[in-house]
Design a protein around this ligand. Structure first.
Ligand code: HEC
Ligand code: HEC
Length: 469
């Protein structure tokens, strides 16, 4: 079994284009697969056959975590065939200055920088108007979530994206946008739409969206992408072709955090797609355009998902030896479940006494624990609620199979409220579309929607409690 798996990994690595194995094939591929305990057979019964089972389990956990981290940070799943090969995004990136890259929300991993360069950046001695610096950062593998592929003469010939592109940021320890990686933290500055819109060729999106609009042009696609803004992405666009809400604003949603996800069932804002490993497979294959298998017959629905049905996104098949996704799902899942949420500090991030009063309101008068069960802060069990229950519009809920909203878990809210490691203009923003600017706005709205009768000081106490989670 192990030999078979190893052969698969070797083959998978070999299919990556440009032959740049060092970058293209993440070292995760070369790691050993999780240890499998042999199935019981007659000769297996007896002392020692299974060795020290607990020690094997511990080793397995460590291995899965390390492999998962590697995949989350560095694996492109072969998606450079799309971003570089089809969209030619690298041609646009090659001309981007470091200042422009920063403004697009791209982050730099200080851990990948040689000490001299790190010092120069800290002292502001790096030319922010020179695209050659951007290329150097790419060559160092220092741009979070982006892998550059280079030819022998140092020319950028393709580009691939990783999960970390959207779901990691840095702690600004060296300079704004330059620091240690924070995996799972949504990159609230990242302007995904503007980055994709800069690609010379958007025909692949035109071809997809023709299913809903025969006359669509590249300029239309570009307008849609530019309507998203920082910290947002529209994962359902390539399924239902809906680019705007009925009121004409963008249909994109906020990029959620991908930490603190253990212990509950449904994920994504609207839930009911499935749990984390479902979404991981869907995103790697259909959003990032990696090479892998994906199956979900619910998307074969010409009314609800005209784009997905026409392009057969519900049944993507590649040969096992070409599949760069499926073998990575277990470790990727494991790593994500291990990612902790950041912990706020009393007296710095929140007021302790006010938060204690707020807690009484959260579980009492404000009835928040009807859905945000402590300490999960989402419902234990079926963590979805209809728009009627939520007393909000159904637009986004209806784009998902269940027609519901997932009770978002509430840890780490203080980061967004304080605007840590993000540009001031991108802080706050709550609910799937970011409709509430601050936590006080959220609480005020709950107070009206559910007639909670909270007095102004009580609302402030509840906000302090939310910041303490
Ligand atoms: C281009 C940006 C982008 C990339 C790249 C990306 N995601 Fe996401 N991710 C999102 C957005 C936006 C959502 C919310 C989607 C929704 O609710 O419709 C999301 C949701 C999620 C969720 C659910 C979180 C929650 O709160 O329930 C998980 C888990 C996740 N992504 C994992 C991944 C993994 C693993 C990868 C790499 C295979 C990845 N994502 C790549 C943007 C991205
Ligand atoms: C009926 C179930 C329900 C109740 C009751 C409820 N919530 Fe929520 N909560 C949700 C759902 C569902 C979401 C996600 C909404 C969305 O997708 O936009 C959410 C989202 C939030 C968010 C935004 C999270 C984010 O990342 O943007 C905050 C903050 C919040 N709730 C706080 C509260 C507070 C405070 C109360 C009590 C006053 C409360 N909730 C009561 C279901 C509920």
């Amino acid at each position: 079994m192990k030999t078979y798996l190893k052969t698969l990994f070797a083959l998978a690595g070999a299919t990556v284009p440009f032959g740049l194995a060092a970058f293209a094939c993440s070292s995760a591929d070369r790691d050993e697969a999780p240890e499998h305990i042999a199935p019981a057979g007659d000769e297996l019964i007896g002392a020692g056959r299974f060795g020290d089972f607990d020690a094997t389990t511990d080793r397995n956990a460590r291995r899965m975590l390390e492999r998962g981290r590697e995949i989350f940070r560095f694996d492109t799943f072969g998606d450079e065939q799309f971003w570089g090969g089809e969209l030619r995004l690298h041609e646009a990136i090659a001309g981007v200055t470091p200042a422009q890259a920063r403004d697009l929300g791209l982050k730099v991993d200080a851990g990948a920088l040689p000490p001299r360069l790190r010092d120069q950046i800290a002292r502001g001695q790096v030319a922010l108007d020179d695209p050659a610096v951007t290329l150097r950062l790419l060559r160092l593998g220092a741009v979070v979530g982006v892998t550059g592929f280079f030819d022998d003469r140092g020319g950028l010939i393709s580009i691939g994206l990783q999960c970390a592109f959207c779901h990691s940021t840095v702690n600004d320890s060296v300079a704004q946008g330059v620091g240690e990686r924070l995996d799972g933290w949504a990159n609230r500055d990242l302007n995904v739409g503007a980055i994709i819109a800069s690609a010379p060729n958007l025909q692949p999106f035109v071809a997809l969206l023709r299913a809903v609009d025969r006359d669509i042009t590249e300029a239309d696609v570009r307008n849609v992408l530019l309507s998203w803004g920082p910290g947002k992405f529209d994962a359902e666009l390539i399924l239902d072709g809906k680019a705007f809400r009925p009121d004409g604003t963008s249909a994109a949603t906020l990029i959620p955090n991908a930490f603190d996800m253990a212990g509950f069932n449904e994920h994504t804002w609207t839930g009911n797609w499935g749990s984390v490993p479902y979404w991981n497979a869907f995103v790697a294959v259909n959003e990032m355009h990696g090479r892998g298998n994906f199956f979900d017959p619910r998307l074969n629905d010409r009314v609800k998902y005209p784009v997905a049905a026409a392009a057969r996104l519900w049944d993507v098949k590649v040969a096992p030896e070409e599949d760069l996704v499926t073998s990575k799902l277990p470790a990727l899942h494991f790593y994500q479940l291990a990612l902790p949420s950041p912990r706020p500090v009393a007296g710095v991030d929140f007021d302790e006494r006010a938060a204690a009063r707020g807690h009484d309101l959260f579980t009492g008068q404000a009835r928040c624990t009807r859905c945000h069960h402590e300490p999960l802060l989402t419902d234990a069990g079926w963590n979805l609620h209809t728009p009627e229950e939520m007393r909000i519009d159904a637009f986004q809920a209806n784009r998902a199979p269940g027609g519901s909203y997932k009770t978002m878990n509430l840890t780490g809210l203080f980061i967004r409220e304080r605007g840590l490691f993000m540009r001031p203009g991108n802080k706050g923003r709550y609910y799937h579309d970011g409709r509430f600017a601050t936590l006080l706005d959220v609480v005020r709205d709950y107070n009206e929607r559910f007639r909670l009768g909270l007095a102004p000081p009580q609302k402030l106490d509840l906000v302090e409690y939310l910041k303490s989670l």
